[in-house]
Ligand binder design. Structure first.
Ligand SMILES: Nc1ncnc2c1ncn2[C@@H]1O[C@H](COP(=O)(O)OP(=O)(O)OP(=O)(O)O)[C@@H](O)[C@H]1O
Length: 334
């Protein structure tokens, strides 16, 4: 659905050029929610602006739903932009218009007739569960409700892609959960492709099918949730399934494995360390939900000389374990 190839964006600035995106190759599959994460300045917003065509890449291509928007002349870009809806952290609603009229606005701009508009607006407000507030004004709504209106408005022109820039950063925990639930629901009901920029691992955990980590304008790690979390020790695995607290005690060599339970059963994974003897200690064996997945983790403390044996056992069970470097034997993994 979205293909980025060799995407590069350089901003000239008096102090020297700023390389915001430095050769991004990325595919976002149709009908999935894809998270883009990274520290401030990593290039997330620039990436989204390139996806909307608001920003022209310095090099490389951006293809959305089969159209290479980075090559389009300005006059064709406007129509192409209707393929993407945008949702921002702070929803910019027109205060003097009702909720229904706010959602109708992009349809007016697109020249949709009044009767059709009314039907579509009713449908959109129902979709975000705000049909009963159609005649309310923005000032009468909560933050979460305003965000729902923003989402309905972004969907008005039936975009194939919904781009969300920190959609829940300004919301409390419960409202965040509701909005993320709505995003998942839209993916399932409309088959829409969603790109979510976020700095919150919880947003990725609860909503995303796949995730990409950017650093200094480059892709550091990317894949489905199952792929990135099972790359044990990788930055996204650490962020999405943090190492649990384990009881303090002596540490020899730590061996860690993370697995998705639909790939390796818990019985196989946890059974792999059974019968290794008392000097190999399981510090933690957990299973937790991660979006639609269930993710297991094994943390094993082993005598230095038995590390290879433990690693081999876990590999034979289909896991991809990581032994902490020998020098770290006395440290907690974190
Ligand atoms: N219009 C611009 N002119 C010059 N430099 C820019 C411009 N826009 C962004 N940059 C620079 O490009 C880099 C990437 O910025 P970008 O806003 O894409 O990062 P980000 O990951 O979205 O950060 P944040 O999470 O803080 O929004 C930064 O170094 C930023 O200062």
């Amino acid at each position: 659905m979205i293909e980025l190839s060799g995407l590069r964006k350089v901003y000239p600035s008096p102090g020297g050029d700023v390389v915001a995106l430095d050769g991004i190759d990325l595919t976002v599959e149709r009908g999935t929610v894809h998270g883009i994460v990274g520290r401030s300045g990593a290039g997330k917003s620039t990436l989204i602006r390139c996806l909307t065509g608001l920003e022209r890449p310095t090099a490389g291509t951006v293809t959305v739903d089969g159209v290479t928007i980075s090559d389009l002349p300005e006059n064709r870009l406007r129509t192409a932009r209707r393929k993407t809806g945008m949702v921002f952290q702070h929803v910019n609603l027109l205060d003097s218009r009702t909720i229904a009229d706010n959602v109708a606005y992009p349809l007016e701009v697109a020249g949709v007739r009044r009767a059709q508009r009314a039907a579509r607006v009713a449908e959109l407000l129902d979709l975000v569960d705000l049909g009963h507030r159609a005649s309310a004004y923005p000032a009468q709504l909560s933050g979460g409700q305003k965000q729902r209106v923003g989402i309905a408005r972004a969907l008005a022109t039936e975009p194939a892609v919904l781009l969300c820039d920190e959609p829940t950063s300004a919301l409390d925990g419960e409202t965040t959960r509701q909005i993320l639930g709505l995003v998942r629901d839209l993916r399932d009901r409309l088959g829409i492709t969603v790109v979510v920029i976020t700095h919150e691992p919880s947003v990725v955990r609860e909503t995303c099918d796949a995730v990409t980590l950017l650093e200094h304008g480059r892709v550091v790690q990317s894949g489905t949730l199952a792929q990135v979390v099972t790359q044990v020790g990788s930055p996204l695995s650490r962020a999405l399934v943090p190492v649990p607290d384990v009881p303090p005690g002596r540490r020899r060599r730590l061996v860690e494995a993370v697995f998705a339970t639909d790939a390796v059963s818990t019985a196989t994974a946890f059974g792999a360390v059974a019968g290794l003897g008392d000097d190999v200690e399981v510090l933690s064996a957990t299973v937790e939900p991660l979006g639609a997945l269930r993710v297991g983790r094994l943390l094993v403390d082993t005598p230095q000389e038995r590390t290879d044996e433990v690693v081999a056992r876990l590999r034979a069970a289909g896991l991809d374990p990581l032994a902490a470097p020998a020098g770290d034997a006395g440290q907690e993994v974190a």
